[in-house]
Design a protein around this ligand. Sequence first.
Ligand SMILES: Cc1ncc(COP(=O)(O)O)c(C=O)c1O
Length: 394
Amino acid sequence: MFEKLSLIPPDSILKIISEYNADHRPNKIDLGVGVYRDANGNTPVMSVIKKAEKYLLKTQESKAYIGLAGDPDFTDGIQKLMLGDNNLPKDRIFTIQTAGGSSSLRIAAELLKISSKDICVWVSEPTWNNHEPILDSAGVKYKVYPYYDTKSNELKFDQMIECLKNIPSGDVVLMHACCHNPTGMDPNPDQWQQIIEVMQKCNLIPFIDNAYQGLANGLDEDAIPIRLMIESFDELIISSSCSKNFGLYRDRVGGLTVISRNSEIAKKVRSNTLRIVRTMSSVPPDHGAAAVGHILCDEKLSNEWVLELNDTRNRLKNMRMELSNALKAKTDTSDFSHIEKANGMFSYLGISPTQVEKLKLDYGIYMEGQGRINVAGITSENVDYLADSVFEVL
Ligand SMILES: Cc1ncc(COP(=O)(O)O)c(C=O)c1O
């Protein structure tokens, strides 16, 4: 039965992990894998999550299924985090709990497909390496819009705007709310406003991937594009993930929020979404979302979470600054200031695939082939070695 299947090459990141693990050089550096690391190179469980888990252990009396739409403490909590205080009628919005951001994106893609067979989703060039496969697997057409110039390491803002102006009315535009993966480069609030104006004029539908809220400039600051959009569009799709901002990667915690034109349409959208969920994976996993729901309902725990998240964000910013300074000190001919301007965990280092390969072979420094680095892999101890090695391969 399976003879006709062809072999699918493993994800490039898995190859990097196994090569890194097999490397015995003591000064090797992993800048590939997309998880946060602290100054000691660990991906710790947040202490506020430990507290919420203790609470769950004490109070949870059943492992019976939760509802298809998930835990209301969680869905109300993340909806408020994203949308803030707003005047939208509640019956036009719904949020469901999903198994991480990936599953939210897939459910949204399935929803788009059943809503309109001909719909096309426009993704940034480049974008997270699972966006296109997710759309493809759902049978949704996609095209790319210009986003990042690898020569100048800046946004291709004017080209993006020109492209948006020519997208057919009714198409969907997938955008990263903040901490664009893989480049880390986000539009500023002014640029968001311009993007929104063009999209509104051209009747395009925003589909926001909100996977890093709190890791760029703060929880409210990072939600600026979403909050501007809810003022401007009657229809909006938001996929969110708690993998990074709550450190819950393996617990699979995320949400899908859809805003519809009116309450009648919202009811239909919700029922269709729940049918997709039921037939794809049925009820969502409970544990991680229950912990997040508990934190978001408890003021003291919420405040503790914000402080921990601030530490995470500050460490990322500091490592960006340290790397940029170390490279500046080494190489007066090259400009690496874009590393400091970018947000969140990722940046393009701005080196060629050959130089990426040389860093791996000669110096034990691992990153994705396009030169995407996870700045959480940098520490004050390894930053000079990293800058020296980059200097050597340039
Ligand atoms: C842009 C983006 N969207 C969505 C996700 C999905 O995250 P998860 O499925 O782990 O919650 C990621 C994870 O790396 C991401 O970078």
